[in-house]
Design a protein around this ligand. Structure first.
Ligand SMILES: Cc1cc2nc3c(=O)[nH]c(=O)nc-3n(C[C@H](O)[C@H](O)[C@H](O)COP(=O)(O)OP(=O)(O)OC[C@H]3O[C@@H](n4cnc5c(N)ncnc54)[C@H](O)[C@@H]3O)c2cc1C
Length: 459
């Protein structure tokens, strides 16, 4: 009899696992059943802001593989609109509710992949049935916001609550649609994924684009009129709006896993080993935004909910289930985003993370340009490096700049991944031609500056 793999969650991690397992084991050896509670499989959540802004059309363009493709080309039994409500590890069964047709199904498994993603953080004041309040996590959320923005009366004002990368990307999307946008952040700056000095560059650029930014201002409530949100409430009074987008971050979606007795780590994510097995539960795997992983620089467990990790982790689980051998070695916190033309990248530890992990370090900020200064389109690029003292090992890097900035972080990520020192980095053989870089690339300029700072301190 064929063995049976059940996957909970039909997006990045879950479908990567299903596809990889199928590539290695045929349908007569391994039956694969995927339960997905939403309307879509294998979609790009990352593309939602660009669908909202109108830059890409959707949702079809954001879908890599439909349920039908999985059924016909991969022999994967995809059950859409089915929400798994119970995992019974003793009987090796899951129970799923059919959200469209009603009723329940019960299915046995030999292997189980838990890939239920993350859930948006919902403050108590957002618990309202007022229309016009949106979390932003799945393509269904994107579809709901698009429908609200397109319906009459068309909203003209938006408040984005929370200035993480989703909040910032949504603010950009809404301003590009022509709404008057206010971003309200409880902390001192939006974009807390980079250090305060770099975040200030992002905030300045956002203001330049016409986005109103209110910081150190927690939202405490919502007002509604005729069932529609009409304002957000803060200590400074009400802020009228027609739509509210919540960007308060996400936490691992572990309710089901917890109830079944999965081990949960200090970050709130499911604990997994390097092969994406859930320790102590044979045949049970987990991947993606639901799990915590190792930070390779700090050595600490972290929850870094990014598609890039979800895909790799799902693939790792699928290869192992398929009989191969694969590991996921952890992360270094590389991430990129943009606000209109301003690009932001980071890798490794921020200053406060380096401090918390017990490192002594120097940090330097170097301003240069993305192209040779005389070449048309040359614009400022700011690179920040954090280097361990006295070894000079790179611990973290951040870049803010107008173009060709974001993907430059990859050079720094590779250096960091391989334990390079800033001294090693000054000699890196990076490409140069005036349209692409000044003769000293911004990365090299920053590395030289870090070497000088270390030398000045340890002289
Ligand atoms: C607006 C936005 C922009 C982003 N931009 C980027 C980016 O630029 N770069 C990047 O790397 N990452 C980005 N991300 C993050 C990335 O999308 C996620 O890290 C990735 O989708 C996680 O994949 P996952 O499979 O773990 O979870 P998800 O993609 O959340 O998929 C989990 C699936 O499980 C389903 N599910 C949950 N519970 C159940 C249940 N009980 N039964 C059945 N189904 C269930 C959900 O419906 C969902 O489809 C972005 C995310 C958002 C929301």
């Amino acid at each position: 009899m064929a063995q049976r793999l059940i996957v909970i969650g039909g997006n990045a991690a879950g479908m990567s696992a299903a596809s990889q397992a199928r590539r290695r084991r045929g349908a007569d050896d391994l039956e694969i059943v995927v339960f997905e509670r939403g309307h879509f499989t294998s979609y790009s959540s990352c593309g939602i802001p660009y669908w909202i802004s109108g830059m890409v059309s959707g949702p079809d363009e954001l879908i890599a593989r439909t349920p039908e493709t999985f059924r016909t080309k991969f022999a994967v039994d995809v059950r859409m609109r089915h929400e798994v409500t119970t995992i019974d590890l003793e009987r090796r069964e899951v129970v799923a509710r059919d959200l469209a047709g009603g009723g329940e199904v019960r299915e046995r498994f030999d292997d189980l992949v838990y890939a239920a993603g993350a859930v948006p953080v919902q403050p108590p004041w957002a618990d309202t049935d007022a229309g016009g309040v949106f979390g932003m996590q799945t393509l269904d959320d994107g579809a709901a916001l698009r429908a609200w923005l397109d319906a009459e009366p068309q909203p003209s004002r938006a408040v984005v609550v929370g200035g993480g990368y989703i909040g910032v990307e949504m603010a950009e999307a809404l301003i590009e649609r022509g709404l008057a946008v206010t971003l309200v952040e409880a902390g001192q700056q939006p974009m807390a994924t980079v250090d305060g000095d770099m975040a200030e560059l992002v905030a300045e650029a956002m203001r330049g684009l016409g986005i109103t930014i209110r910081t150190s201002l927690p939202v405490t409530g919502l007002e509604q009129r005729d069932g529609r949100v009409s304002a957000v409430v803060t200590a400074e009074g009400s802020m009228p709006t027609d739509v509210v987008v919540l960007g308060l971050g996400v936490r691992p979606n572990t309710a089901l896993a917890k109830a079944a007795g999965f081990p949960i780590g200090p970050t709130g994510g499911i604990r997994v080993d390097r092969r994406m097995r859930v320790p102590g539960l044979p045949g049970v795997w987990a991947a993606g935004d639901s799990v915590e992983t190792l930070h390779r620089v700090s050595g600490l467990p972290v929850h870094v909910p990014l598609g890039t990790h979800a895909n790799k982790q799902g693939r790792t689980a699928g290869i192992n289930i398929g009989g191969g051998y694969a590991t996921f070695p952890g992360v270094i916190g590389t991430a990129v985003t943009k606000v209109c033309d301003l690009e932001v990248g980071r890798t490794g530890l921020r200053e406060r993370e380096a401090r918390a992990a017990g490192f002594e370090f120097v940090s330097v900020v170097a301003d240069s340009t993305n192209r040779a200064g005389y070449y048309p389109g040359a614009r400022t690029m700011t690179v920040k490096l954090i280097a361990e003292r006295p070894s000079g090992r790179l611990l973290g890097a951040q870049i803010v700049g107008w173009s060709e900035a974001a993907k430059r972080i990859d050079t720094l990520a590779v250096a960091l991944w391989n334990g390079m020192t800033v001294d090693d980095m000054t000699a890196l053989d990076l490409g140069y031609a005036p349209p692409y870089a000044p003769v000293w690339d911004p990365v090299l300029i920053a590395a030289r500056k870090a070497v000088d700072a270390l030398a000045a301190l340890d002289r």
